[in-house]
Design a protein around this ligand. Sequence first.
Ligand code: HEC
Length: 252
Amino acid sequence: MLKSRFFALLLALVPVSALGSVNLLDAPIDVHDRASLQRGLGLYMNFCAACHSLQFMRYSRVGEDLGLTVEQVEQLIIKGDAKIGEPMITGMAKADGTAWFSKAPPDLSTTVRGKKGQEDWVYTFLRSFYVDESRPMGWNNTVLAGASMPNVLWELQGIQRATFEPAGEDGCAIARVGDNCISGFVVQPHEAGRLSPAEFDRAILDLTAFLTYVAEPARLQRETLGVWVILFLSFFTLLAWLLKREYWKDVH
Ligand code: HEC
């Protein structure tokens, strides 16, 4: 127990998998944790749905999968006048998105596609915004350098600033920016967010779990079905073995 906690802590601290030149954090999500998915959905609706769409996901489906009643979906989840059977599309026109952010916010239905590393990418991306006055929105991101998405979660996280050091020969622990490495992130006490760092990481984990579920909703059923299939097969193996024993009893 202590050992696994220790490893969990290590995983949380050390970027373990690398994609390109940026080190990604490991996202220990659990798509079968319904409470986590529900919190992720809530965060998504409050902080992401104004810009992004989930064109392959309907409100009704998300409600069913996450154990919400029709009333809960209609009153708590849907913003604006969308109907429960409709896909979760943003009200923002693509042209406006392009005009405002120089790039229209992409659809997020398939951003995490069961592909290994993709949930780590999203998890790290959402935690890795830092202040950069040279960018139009005042934010940059280590995972998507020059991202046109602002840090929409800054009120929760606080204003995160990067610390730099000259790049050595061993590469950078977090990310490289020109001749420097980003050596860490700091949030000054007077710029702190509404959540503690641990609470914020938890929130990002919930959001990442939700987007992972959205990318492959059938996975929820498939994996629970898998358990039954294995139980069923084990049962028949046992039955076959008992039968065989019964038959051979007389032969010996
Ligand atoms: C104010 C509008 C806006 C909001 C709100 C917003 N985003 Fe974005 N997002 C963007 C834009 C614009 C991009 C494109 C960035 C780029 O490619 O430079 C983007 C890109 C992304 C990407 C990268 C997708 C890809 O395939 O490259 C992810 C993941 C993402 N957003 C997740 C989120 C999540 C999760 C939230 C809610 C916490 C959120 N966004 C809220 C505007 C927004």
